[in-house]
Design a protein around this ligand. Structure first.
Ligand code: NAP
Length: 332
C-alpha cells in the first residue's frame, strides 16, 4: 500500500459529488478513480473532480490494484453486492448509510469483513462531527449525569416521484432508511441497543414509508422517541436528557455545529465546533487512518452498531408493512 491512501468512488450520484470535494482537506488521502454504470458519467465525474481513472462498470474498479478504499454511494439495495465483491477483492470500504437494505444483507457484509480482516465502516458522518465528539466527551465526563432518554427528529418535504430512489422500494425508498437511520444511529450511540421498537407511520402509494415515529424501549425506563419524514420538514433537533441536565444538539443535528449544555441549576453553555470542509472530511479521515493503521473497524462507528441500527430500521419498516430486498444484479 502506498503512503497515500488511494480512494475510488462507486456510484457518482448526488452525495458522491459532495463527499469527493472534501478530499481537499484530508491529509494522506486522495480520490484517484470513479466507477459508474455509464462510461460517460464516470468520465464526466473524473474530469470535474480531477480523478486519474474513470470506469464504465463497477467490476472494473474492483480489479484496479491501485485503489485501496472504495466509497460506495449507490442507493441502499445496491450496497450489499458491491461490498461483498469489494471485500473479496481486498478493498477497504466506506459504505453510505443505510449500510444495506436488509438485516441479513448487513450481517453478511459484516461477517465477510471480519473473516477477511478488511476495514469496513458505515458512512454515518454524524458521529464524526466535532460538535458530536464534544457532546460525547461531556457526557463521558458526567456533565448531564446518566443518560435516560433521547429525542430526535429529521424530516424533509419531498415531492412524491415514484421513480426517485427516495420513493422507489426497489431502490430502498422510504423515510426510515434514508433519514430514520440518523435518528436511530444517534440513539444507538448514546443508549445502546433497545429491547424493542414500536413504530407508527404511513406509506406512499409506492409502498415505501412516508413518515414514522419510533419508540425505543430499553426495558429499564430508558427510552428514545424519534421521528422521521419525507412528507414534511422537521427541524432536525436532538435532545439528550440525563439525570443531571440535558444537551440540545441544534439543527440540523445530523451535522451540527453547536450544542447547548444545560447542567442542572446552571446557566446554559453554548459550544460551537464547526466541521472541517463540508463535514464529510471527518469520516474520510477516520477510514484513511484506520486503513493505514491496519485496523478492521472504527471505534466510533463500530460494525456491531451498524448491524443493530439496520435491524431496528428493518424491524420498524416491517411494522409499517415495508419489506426491503437487496439487489444482487447490480454487478451483472
Ligand atoms: N451522508 C449524506 O449526507 C448522504 C446524503 C444523501 C445520500 N446519502 C446516501 O448515499 C447513497 C446514494 O444517495 P444519492 O442521493 O447520492 O443517490 P443518487 O443521486 O440517486 O445516486 C446514486 C448513484 O448510484 C448509482 N446506482 C447504482 N445502481 C443504481 C440503481 N439501480 N438505480 C439508481 N442508481 C444506481 C448511480 O450512479 P451510476 O449509474 O452513474 O453508477 C447513481 O447516480 C444512499 O445510500 C443515501 O442514503 C448520504
Amino acid at each position: 500500500m502506498s503512503t497515500q491512501i488511494r480512494w475510488g468512488v462507486v456510484g457518482p450520484g448526488r452525495i458522491a459529488e459532495k463527499v469527493v470535494e472534501d478530499f481537499a482537506v484530508v491529509d494522506g488521502a486522495r480520490a484517484v478513480a470513479v466507477a459508474s454504470r455509464s462510461q460517460a458519467r464516470a468520465d464526466d465525474f473524473a474530469a470535474r473532480h480531477g480523478l486519474d481513472r474513470a470506469y464504465g462498470s463497477y467490476k472494473e474498479i474492483l480489479a484496479d490494484p491501485d485503489v485501496d478504499v472504495l466509497y460506495v454511494a449507490t442507493p441502499h439495495p445496491q450496497h450489499h453486492a458491491i461490498a461483498l465483491a469489494a471485500l473479496r477483492a481486498g478493498k477497504a470500504l466506506l459504505v453510505e448509510k443505510s449500510f444495506t437494505a436488509t438485516t441479513p444483507g448487513a450481517a453478511e457484509v459484516i461477517d465477510l469483513a471480519r473473516e477477511t480482516g478488511v476495514f469496513v465502516m458505515e458512512a454515518m458522518w454524524t458521529r464524526f462531527q466535532p460538535a458530536v465528539v464534544a457532546m460525547r466527551e461531556l457526557i463521558a465526563d458526567g456533565a448531564i449525569g446518566e443518560v435516560r432518554s433521547v429525542q430526535a427528529d429529521l424530516g424533509v418535504t419531498r415531492e412524491y416521484d415514484p421513480a426517485d430512489r427516495l420513493f422507489d422500494l426497489a431502490l430502498g425508498g422510504g423515510a426510515l432508511l434514508d433519514l430514520g437511520v440518523y435518528v436511530v444511529s444517534f440513539a444507538q450511540m448514546l443508549l445502546g441497543t433497545p429491547e424493542r421498537v414500536v413504530a407508527a407511520g404511513s406509506l406512499f402509494p409506492s409502498g415505501a414509508d412516508a413518515e414514522a415515529a419510533l419508540l425505543l424501549d430499553y426495558a429499564d425506563g430508558r427510552t428514545a422517541t424519534l421521528t422521521t419524514s419525507l412528507r414534511n420538514a422537521l427541524p432536525g433537533q436532538a435532545r439528550v436528557f440525563g439525570t443531571a441536565g440535558w444537551i440540545d444538539v441544534l439543527p440540523r443535528f445530523h451535522h451540527p455545529e453547536t450544542i447547548v449544555l444545560h447542567r442542572a441549576g446552571a446557566d446554559p453553555e453554548t459550544i460551537t465546533r464547526p466541521p472541517l470542509g463540508a463535514g464529510y472530511s471527518h469520516e474520510l479521515i477516520a477510514v484513511t487512518e484506520g486503513v493505514r493503521e491496519g485496523r478492521q473497524e472504527s471505534d466510533v462507528m463500530p460494525l456491531a452498531d451498524t448491524l443493530a441500527v439496520q435491524r431496528l430500521l428493518n424491524d420498524a419498516a416491517e411494522q409499517l408493512g415495508v419489506r426491503h430486498a437487496e439487489d444482487p444484479a447490480v454487478l451483472t
